[in-house]
Design a protein around this ligand. Sequence first.
Ligand code: ZN
Ligand code: ZN
Ligand code: ZN
Ligand code: ZN
Ligand code: ZN
Ligand code: ZN
Length: 257
Amino acid sequence: MSNEIQQGTSDNTSVMSDEIWQDTSDEIQQNFTCEICIEPATLSQKFGHDANCVHNICFMCIASHIQSKIDDNICTINCPELDCEKTLIPMECRPMIPSSLFVKWSDCLCRSYVSTYKSCYCPYRDCSEPILNECNVATEKYACPACKRLVCYACRAPWHAGFRCSKASRETDENDVRFGRLLVRMQWSRCPKCGQAIERVAGCQFVKCRCRTSFCYLCGSQDCQHTRRNIVIIVMNIIITIFFMFIFLVGVEGNRN
Ligand SMILES: [Zn+2]
Ligand SMILES: [Zn+2]
Ligand SMILES: [Zn+2]
Ligand SMILES: [Zn+2]
Ligand SMILES: [Zn+2]
Ligand SMILES: [Zn+2]
């Protein structure tokens, strides 16, 4: 029994080493000299962007080029070949570089991606996750994707229901916070000038505070789309009223005749 097994093993080994020897001999015939390290390397170690754009640069040199850039916090990396204006693409280079380097490169790219968008870090200290506004939408209230708590994008602070940003830092007493939430729930508004909470019982959304400041009840602004739209609606109503009165008067005149 043991003889047979030994026989088989030695046979396999001899076949394997023959193949390896043949492979190496093929590769030796297809060597190139890397123009960065001036060392011979096998063709399978030759760097290229694609089949039509191959350089005389070995994988080792590409990897150390990428590594040195990432050490300098540069993650958009140009091709080291002087005549080539391409930038290196991580997915292209992935099979040619150590996987740990690929991960570092991806992290570096991710950080620079975050910094190109309007972003902030979650203001809650136990979270501090970056929050991206990828669509660059003009919203102030934002939920942190990690901890799900609400954040004010404008002032980069925990969400301050019912308070304007500038006021938020001053009025963070617990009662103020509670009142702020009530204000939002009751859909009350705040005077943009004196900060007085105002409840509109009925009527036009353009309200007047006791400090004589007029402002839009919906958004708290003194000149906003709501008020402009409101003025347009009022003017339209006046025109329509005059038009119908005119028709009515014409009708009365017609009946008299
Ligand atoms: Zn090289
Ligand atoms: Zn290139
Ligand atoms: Zn968070
Ligand atoms: Zn704010
Ligand atoms: Zn006021
Ligand atoms: Zn408004």
